[in-house]
Design a protein around this ligand. Structure first.
Ligand SMILES: [Cu+2]
Length: 181
């Protein structure tokens, strides 16, 4: 009998460990791939509800009775969702403009967007939509409240599945730099 022969009922421990490593590695890989978009590291100001996360919100101090708000909305769940309404208690009306438009490279701190009403914003699982100067904003029309630096403005986003999500957006002064997200 050769010394290399083993009892078929007892696998060599090295082989067992190698097999275990392969199985664990494959499991971790699969879980990592599937969990990649579902459990992303979110900023500390993120508000999450029903698989939707909203973060990086701020309002630019208005010069008139219209103001622009910016934020990032991300689908961290596993079903598609749709933004069905937006509003704010400090404005008579609110709507999304220019969402999805490509920002110009020479865009200053003020939004020189074209104010085109956005088509319905649909978020597939893993989708991230960032509203930023030149590339989408939430327009607050007929501002009734006081929007000054140091205060915050509540923004309400209504999603078909996640429901109503309220985020507190700090007001950024007219000439201040936008917060980086
Ligand atoms: Cu606008």
């Amino acid at each position: 009998m050769s010394v290399d022969q083993v009892d078929p009922g007892r696998l060599p421990w090295r082989l067992v460990i190698a097999l275990l490593a392969v199985v664990l590695g494959a499991t971790a890989l699969v879980m990592g791939l599937r969990g990649g978009d579902r459990s992303p590291r979110l900023p500390s100001d993120a508000v999450t509800q029903g698989g939707i996360a909203v973060y990086g919100a701020y309002v630019r101090e208005p010069a008139t009775d219209t103001a622009a708000a910016y934020f990032t909305i991300r689908n961290i769940g596993d079903t598609a969702d749709t933004v069905v309404a937006v509003s704010s208690p400090v404005a008579k009306s609110a709507m999304l403009h220019d969402v999805g438009k490509k920002p110009m490279s020479d865009e200053g701190p003020m939004d020189s967007g074209s104010m085109v009403p956005s088509p319905t914003v649909v978020l597939e699982p893993g989708d991230v939509v960032t509203l930023q100067p030149g590339s989408g904003h939430l327009m607050l029309d007929g501002v009734t409240g006081t929007i000054v630096p140091g205060s915050t403005v509540n923004l309400k986003l209504v999603l078909e599945h996640a429901g109503t999500i309220t985020v507190k957006a700090p007001v950024v002064g007219l000439t201040e730099r936008a917060p980086s997200t």
